[in-house]
Design a protein around this ligand. Structure first.
Ligand SMILES: *Cc1c(COP(=O)(O)O)cnc(C)c1O
Length: 466
């Protein structure tokens, strides 16, 4: 590309034209040592990356020409996966941007075992014929929820779309105006309803919906009564809503099934300071919901999945809908989910990281923050421990404020500091509060404190460089 002006580019165009070709670089003797033991294809990829980097540098006005050391940075970038582990110092347990629920070691091991080779994912070993990919988790799910049958799809958003399409397409679906919510990421109940082919019938008002509102909305066209759990916000004050149990009575009288989108869907009651109460899936089923959908990677603490449980006849209709195939889960999901559900069945919810992270005692968090402080203070950093308030995240328990502890760093430019922490070998994700850098220890394992300290100390050194 020709620059419009020939005179005032400060020699930029000449520098750009002087950029070496990949062929020239491959033959450059001074690069031989750096590229020794690197395959030709990888060397080409690294050199392309390096030249592109220098091109951008020149275009941005930095006149440094290509240097052999630019290849080091390119090789380092090639060796760093784009998707990789980070250390979560935000205090948000189910952080959607950070991969939501961390898996239990048992689940990770099961994924590795199944992913490595072949498995009986859709093969019935007793009969020697085709089986169902949901079979490994159906018994666990029905046992843990009290439901008759179960199905697993890609995520809860998909599960909601599928249930609406299978049970209410071309028919009416009745929902309270207080539950026409946006879950996040643009997932809005009215939009999903439209996509499913169901016709939305709104009843009640934003703050108050009564049993009679539902009852009078029922027509021969009604396919479904929908209840959406308000998982990421709350309505307080002059409010009234109809419980699942009451809704089930309304539905049963007219033979209209009740579908509850539970969102977070805890399997056991969670205990921990600051947590609000959350209906379990078993409670929803016992209260009479005919179909319940919930996430695998929210409070359950398993892999990303949308779990549907409920009455056998309804599940049969859902399973035979074409969307079920489009939304199906892979073997790694089934493996991780089975292993996670086993922990609940065996009465070991504390072995599920999400459960454990949420139920930590404040004293334990304080002690961990003190240990991180010790690692940092010995380096002469301006740091103190303070009590802070964290969140569950993932659109669960919006009102819960989890009492936690954090190391608070006083630094010149907090946003630059956080950016550098993200650039550490293992990126550390912190947050800013009142102009200070805050590292909440709730989601940091004891053995990760050293890495966090290393990243902070490295970042501080960078900062003091001229
Ligand atoms: C989070 C949530 C969903 C979406 O779940 P994903 O597993 O993230 O797809 C749907 N409904 C409710 C009520 C939720 O809270």
């Amino acid at each position: 590309m020709e620059a419009p002006s020939k005179s005032s580019d400060g020699g930029k165009n000449a520098l750009l034209r002087a950029l070496p070709s990949i062929e020239q670089l491959l033959r450059r003797p001074s690069l031989e040592a750096r590229l020794a033991g690197v395959s030709r294809a990888r060397a080409v990829a690294a050199l392309r990356l390096a030249v592109e980097h220098v091109r951008r540098r020149l275009l941005s006005g930095d006149p440094r020409p290509f240097e052999d050391s630019d290849v080091d940075e390119a090789l380092r970038r090639l060796a760093t996966p784009n998707l990789r582990p980070v250390l979560n110092a935000t205090g948000v347990v189910l952080h959607t941007n950070l991969g939501r629920a961390p898996l239990a070691p048992e689940a990770v091991a099961r994924v590795a075992a199944v992913a490595r080779g072949y498995s009986n994912l859709e093969y019935d070993l007793d009969e020697g014929e085709r089986g169902s990919r949901y079979a490994p988790v159906v018994d666990l799910l029905t046992e843990l929820t009290g439901a008759e049958d179960a199905l697993v799809v890609n995520n809860c958003a998909g599960a909601v779309l599928l249930v609406l399409a299978a049970l209410a397409s071309g028919r009416e679906c009745v929902v309270s105006r207080g539950e026409l919510v946006e879950i996040g990421g643009g997932f809005r109940v009215p939009d999903v309803m439209r996509q499913s082919g169901a016709r939305l019938v709104e009843v009640g008002t934003t703050n108050r919906t009564r049993r009679a509102d539902y009852a009078s909305a029922l027509t021969p066209e009604t396919g479904l009564l929908l209840k959406v759990h308000r998982s990421n916000f709350a309505i307080v004050g002059f409010t009234e809503e109809v419980s699942v149990a009451e809704l089930a009575e309304v539905g049963r009288a007219r033979q209209v099934p009740v579908f509850q989108d539970l969102g977070s869907g805890a399997l056991v009651p969670l205990e921990g300071e600051g947590l609000t109460s959350e209906p379990t899936v078993r409670m929803a089923v016992a209260d009479g919901a005919d179909v319940v959908a919930f996430s695998g990677d929210k409070l359950l603490g398993g892999p990303q999945a949308g779990i549907i449980v409920g009455r056998e006849a309804l599940l049969a209709r859902i399973k035979s809908h074409p969307l079920t195939r489009a939304l199906r889960v892979d073997k790694m999901t089934v493996a991780a989910l089975e292993a996670t559900l086993e922990l609940y069945r065996d009465g070991r919810p504390e072995a599920v990281p999400t459960w454990r992270l949420l139920s930590q005692r404040p004293e334990a968090l304080r002690a961990r923050a003190d240990r991180l402080l010790g690692l940092l203070a010995s380096q002469g950093l301006q740091v103190r421990v303070a009590s802070v308030s964290g969140q569950v995240g993932g659109g669960a328990m919006p009102l819960a404020r989890l009492p936690s502890f954090a190391c608070i760093l006083k630094v010149e430019e907090p946003d630059v500091f956080l950016e550098r922490l993200r650039g550490a070998e293992v990126p550390v994700i912190g947050r800013i509060a009142d102009g200070e850098v805050l590292l909440d220890v709730r989601c940091l394992a004891e053995e990760e404190l050293g890495q966090v300290a290393e990243a902070v100390i490295g970042t501080t050194r960078q900062g003091s460089r001229p």
